[in-house]
Design a protein around this ligand. Sequence first.
Ligand code: CA
Length: 386
Amino acid sequence: MKISEVNSYVLQYALDEELGYSQQYYAKRTAHIVEVVTDEGIKGYGEAFGGGGVAFGNKAIVEKTIGPMILGMDPLDCEVIWHKVYNLLRDHGQKGMPLQALSGIDMALWDIAGKFYGQPVYKLLGGAFRERIEVYGYGMMLQRVPNLKERFARESAAIAAKGFTATKMKIGLGPKEDLALVETVRRAIGDDIKLMVDANHAYTAREAIPLGRELEKLGVYWFEEPVAPEDRQGYRDVCLALDMNVAGGEAEFTRWGFRDLIEGRCVDVLQPEVCGLGGITEYRKVLALAHTHFVPVVNHVWGSAVAVAANLHLLAALPDLPGGAHPVQPLLEYDTTPNRFREELLAEPLDVLGRVGREGGTIGLPNGPGFGFEIDWDFVRHFRAA
Ligand code: CA
């Protein structure tokens, strides 16, 4: 079997209302789907992390830079392909967009392998440790509206009412504003729902530590990206100063980037983003490093239904850490803010929102070979921007 084409599809539409996090607000929803075609007719799909203009840049890397390097290669040789591409791109970017582009291609190779062997990807990864995966409903994104507190209260109550047992909100507006928002959400959801906060690296360690102490009083389960991803010492300082979990990793890439984060005990919860860090082939190495150092992993998930489906396989195949009869179970991150690429891209939608309500805050594993989905190509044609 040989790779005969490498294609990519950037999908985009205008949101009804802009959404934001501590770094920016955005008005368009974007998804970047990568397709690898073989001479035997099997096609595989992956997703490259990065919205807005980043997706258009990554499309060029997928099609013009990496595609020509791997045409004619056997798609089952995922390690050989990964290392060939990485070695050729190393002088031009060891993090960021080249790795995001490679991630989409690598994921497509795993989808192809699953279809070739007639097995779900989680089987190729060594099998499922669990039949069901608990889902946490992320929402409460920042908006430039006067009544943000009321909106957060309504939205978080709605997430709890949908059946989610854990939720996550954005912070990063400044410590005082953040605490007012978190207090509002805690009141709206009550004490029994797990609450996480995500600052998207808005703070220095000196700012994050006193804020974290107040968040602990509100029973916050983890403080995500308190400081800049490059600030390893800052991460370590925040970890040592606080009792609560510090989470991070979505802005890290490859085993070499994660090595320093993990060996430095910079986070209590590692959040690898498979659509960005280098794909499934590299994710496995990051996972091995994390478990070597006893750092729990809760995958970062963002993007379309392709990313969600792929992560269901990774979470199914994630070993318990440290193991036991009653292990803490990994969570699937699920964005509940409006996104047609998450809800409508697949011929048979994953319907995570519906299933969580019916299945006690969890969902079952995907069926079928590869990632187990078919893309709705009429939908893709309608929303294709490049
Ligand atoms: Ca985040």
